[in-house]
Design a binder for this molecule. Structure first.
Ligand SMILES: Cc1ncc(COP(=O)(O)O)c(C=O)c1O
Length: 492
């Protein structure tokens, strides 16, 4: 049986002037709520005393109504649990569609939806996300997360809660977290920023949505990487922008091709530190070219720096934002990779002259991010746990990546090419032409193997391959995963 909320007051309106007796009105309201599904089997209902006080009647009509409902089997008394909706009501009696359904009909009359939403892709249940097998992209080594420390910080913040900390928070985000992020970015990513420029958001996805709505208009052309991050492309499309798919090669986004395709684009979206999905690092000359193009054509660069904390063989590459002397880069970061995605915390570093417009926009859209986990995260960073976690994870992910690359080369070296394993928590394997990655992904999912088909990331002519995540895959799982992948490729 589904879990049900307990003791919540159902909507019961009594009319003292109505000819119908009060106990009958209460009885009818309960019966309709039970049959309509707004009260579920097993759900505890308020005591007669509480209900009588809430609807401002004496207890007698309530006692009468409850007695009748108990006698007819709609309610039952449970020792220690009070009165509950009878657990033995047949499902068809309470399901929607029966007398007094909890669902209104959606079939009649015009039901207009905003034009911008008609361009949205249908939500799909992707095969490669349907299982928790090896190589799931975006998954972190959760069992390594210092949960004990985190829960102690949560408990401390709960204990210390007070009126200001439970009121609306700051629109741009919790000050201490903004400061901690600014310090971290200056040191670790060479980002030019002060805390005033940092806006806390609910993950990079919200960062992109806010940035698009503040800086772009319907009809604005935006360079996107091809192949690229589909959820970024969808944000631009949703906002009426026209994505211009610019090819990516070993040096990252081909800026010259972008200029040839659409010099006058309003913005470029890039993942220069670890291109998604190919994993390449944008070369220094391309970075300079991109920054120069943005300055000369008055365009914005949206830099998504989603997983650059983890770099294995070379020193970390400085952010593109830090290279740009003209403040044309909107820098987006996230805690989804470095901590875990369910946290839903990320940030935007906004150029100083745009802070007011981003701030004003925030006041309208959501009145700022939830405060509680921002406080906990600020403590986590300030007390050194964040830096320690990154150091530990870099070692672990480095080992996983080494084991995965070795195993791929040893077992499948002649059938695929490994790309983009220098950083992050995923790499890409390119298959021979003629392979069908999407079909293989479907078959893999049935064997509890998560293969993200590379072709899904292209707008133009697609290459075949897979994006393989290794953050949430254990050393023990790798050989079995590779065996399954090899068998799939042999029998395709
Ligand atoms: C390119 C890219 N950017 C950003 C993210 C993270 O998004 P969010 O911060 O909304 O979880 C991901 C997650 O997989 C990603 O692949």
């Amino acid at each position: 049986m589904k879990r049900v909320a307990s003791g919540i007051l159902p909507m019961i309106a009594v009319d003292r002037k109505a000819p119908k007796a009060l106990h009958r009105q209460i009885y009818d309201a309960y019966r309709a709520a039970i049959l309509g599904g707004s009260l579920r089997p097993g759900q505890r209902i308020p005591s007669t005393r509480v209900l009588a006080a809430e609807i401002r009647v004496s207890r007698f009509p309530v006692l009468n109504a409850y007695a009748q409902l108990l006698a007819e089997g709609y309610l039952e008394s449970r020792v220690g649990a009070g009165t509950v909706v009878s657990a033995s009501l047949p499902d068809q009696l309470t399901s929607s569609g029966s007398n007094g359904s909890s669902q209104a009909t959606t079939r009649s009359g015009p039901r207009p939806v905003a034009r911008r939403c008609s361009a949205l892709p249908q939500p799909e249940e992707f095969a490669w996300l349907r299982n928790w097998g090896a190589f799931r992209v975006g998954q972190v080594a959760f069992e390594q997360f210092p949960l004990q420390i985190w829960s102690a910080l949560v408990a401390r913040r709960c204990r210390d809660a007070n009126a200001p900390s439970t009121h609306y928070g700051a629109l741009m985000g919790h000050r201490a977290l903004r400061e901690a992020i600014a310090n971290y970015l200056k040191t670790a990513r060479s980002v030019r920023c002060e805390a005033d420029q940092v806006m806390i958001v609910n993950g990079s996805q919200q960062a992109l949505e806010i940035t698009a709505r503040v800086l772009l208009d319907p009809g604005s052309r935006v360079w996107i990487e091809d192949p690229g991050y589909r959820l970024a492309r969808d944000v631009f499309t949703l906002n009426g922008c026209i994505p211009v798919p610019v090819p990516v090669d070993e040096g990252g986004l081909d800026v010259a091709a972008g200029i040839r395709m659409c010099r006058k684009a309003r913005a470029a979206f890039v993942t220069p530190s670890h291109q998604f999905p190919l994993g390449v690092t944008m070369s220094a000359s391309r970075r300079l070219q991109l920054v120069e193009w943005a300055q000369s054509s008055g365009a914005w660069i949206i830099e998504d720096d989603y997983d650059s904390e983890y770099r294995y063989e070379s020193l970390p590459i400085a952010s593109l934002q830090g290279l740009d002397a003209n403040a044309r880069v909107i820098y987006v970061g996230t805690f989804s990779k470095v901590l875990f995605p369910a946290l839903r915390l990320g940030y935007i570093v906004v150029p100083p002259d745009l802070v007011d417009v981003f701030h004003g926009f925030r006041r309208v859209v959501d009145l700022g991010p939830p405060t509680f986990h921002q406080e906990v995260l600020a403590d986590f960073i300030e007390e050194g746990h964040f830096a320690r976690h990154i150091r530990r994870m870099r070692v672990l992910y480095g080992e996983l990546r080494r084991a995965l690359v070795d195993s791929l080369r040893r077992n499948l070296g002649s059938q695929l090419r490994v790309l983009g394993d220098e950083a992050g928590m995923h790499l890409t394997v390119m298959l021979e032409n003629g392979s069908r990655d999407a079909e293989l992904s479907e078959r893999a999912a049935r064997q509890n193997l998560s293969l993200w088909p590379l072709s899904r990331s292209y707008l133009g002519a697609a290459s075949q391959g897979f994006i393989l995540g290794f953050g949430g895959t254990t050393l023990k799982e790798i050989p079995g995963g590779i065996r399954k992948l090899r068998d799939l490729l042999v029998t395709q």
